[in-house]
Design a protein around this ligand. Structure first.
Ligand SMILES: *Cc1c(COP(=O)(O)O)cnc(C)c1O
Length: 396
């Protein structure tokens, strides 16, 4: 959890600015706030970093997904192609706007594959909600082409890959709109928070209005504002923006450290010819948040995970735990929610109990992952590589 590893004086100073004025709301109060605009400043710096025209800071990454779908006009009955390997928020978001998540195959990038997307397109498909998984990226040129050729909206959820680039272009900037999360488990944190970025003014205008009950944010006095559309409240506070701003300014440092630490881990793993590595379409653009590797088969992957655990090396075997892979999402299979999902009224409901994704399954069975920390000392890293080597010698 790199951002949380670096929580310090910079965050406290930014928060103190806000506490000094007492204006925790991101809009209005021009006089009292004494020119302290944390959300606005975050948006400006985040947009500049990504070389895009617009950024809107919001309450969470899940909110960012919902805002993106809404701003692109995705709604009742529209099919949205989604990955089966992801944090579940994007899929919940598709349900929330009344649309239908349609699962497609991933490839060894661990993201949706161009062929997988092509194979899932129907006359009802409106959009692809691509997730840039764990620090790296999908085959973007090919995916952008598939979307263009088929007239599909591309929403890029880059929450797990902030700071990654594909041949110099930041992830999150390839589609109509990009989403990010700054929850406590992401590369930088605002405590809670999210953002959307886009070059499309129409999409941006809907995004900020939709996030604040449809207020148009024109004029100085919120009372004078109009509300051209219905929306919800996905606003975030100046306190969260303050933390996010301090954290965002540490991103370059975090990525540099992660890349250096990843290189050292890579050497340890390369001793074992049975191990192969994730397909990273642009190695130079990997944000190196995680170290991801494949074992030859399911049995060996299971054994490797166990041996690493015995050595105290934390690792994720997503195939068996129920966080990030469709196979273990019992609540999704039975469409359990708090209320009757709009989909039940408007759409034909796919049989989520019988989704057949053999390519994804064969990838997930063999996949293990280790989180890369920023603050590892040289000693800790060398101890870690010793433990990894000892564990894997018992496997091969
Ligand atoms: C973390 C994450 C989210 C959700 O972010 P929250 O801020 O926790 O709501 C959405 N999409 C992806 C891919 C994520 O990894």
């Amino acid at each position: 959890m790199p951002g949380t590893e670096l929580f310090g004086d910079e965050e406290k100073r930014e928060i103190q600015d806000v506490l000094d004025t007492g204006i925790l709301f991101r809009y209005n109060h021009e006089v009292e706030r004494k020119n302290i605009w944390k959300a606005r400043t975050f948006e400006k710096e985040f947009a500049d970093y990504h070389n895009v025209n617009y950024c809107h800071f919001c309450s969470s990454g899940t909110a960012a997904d919902i805002i993106s779908l809404a701003s692109c006009g995705i709604g009742a009955g529209d099919e949205v192609i989604v990955p089966p390997y992801t944090f579940i928020a994007p899929i919940e978001s598709v349900f929330t706007v009344g649309a239908v998540p349609v699962f497609a195959e991933i490839d060894e990038t661990l993201c949706l594959s161009p062929e997988g997307i092509k194979g899932a397109i129907t006359p009802g498909t409106k959009a692809v909600l691509l997730v840039q998984m764990f620090g790296s990226m999908a085959h973007m040129n090919e995916i952008v082409k598939v979307c263009n050729d088929n007239n599909l909206i591309l929403i890029e959820d880059a929450a797990p890959a902030l700071g990654a680039t594909y041949y110099g272009k930041p992830v999150g900037t390839f589609g109509n709109i990009g989403c990010f999360s700054f929850d406590f488990f992401k590369i930088i944190t605002a405590g809670e928070g999210g953002a959307v970025i886009t070059n499309d003014q129409k999409i941006y205008d809907i995004a900020h209005m939709y996030s604040d009950h449809g207020h148009d944010h024109i004029g100085n006095n919120r009372g004078a504002e109009q509300h051209p559309i219905l929306g919800l409240n996905f606003r975030n506070s100046e306190l969260h923006a303050a933390v996010g701003l301090a954290q965002f300014r540490k991103l370059d440092y975090i990525i540099e450290k992660q890349r250096a630490n990843k290189k050292i881990l890579q050497e340890a793993f390369e001793q074992f010819p049975g191990i192969s590595f994730r397909d990273i379409p642009d190695e130079n653009g990997d944000s190196a948040t995680f170290f991801t590797f494949f074992l030859p088969d399911e049995a060996i992957a299971k054994k490797a995970s166990e041996e690493l655990n015995k050595e105290g090396v934390g690792n994720a075997y997503w195939y068996v735990n129920n966080f990030h892979y469709l196979r273990n999402w019992e609540h999704l299979k039975d469409l359990k929610s708090a209320y009757k999902l709009p989909l039940r009224t408007y759409g034909k409901i796919p049989d989520y109990n019988n989704i057949n994704l053999p390519v994804t399954d064969s990838i997930m069975k063999r996949l293990l992952m280790i989180q890369i920390m920023v603050n590892w000392t040289e000693n800790e890293l060398s101890e870690l590589t010793t433990k990894i080597t000892r564990a894997l010698r018992k496997v091969f």
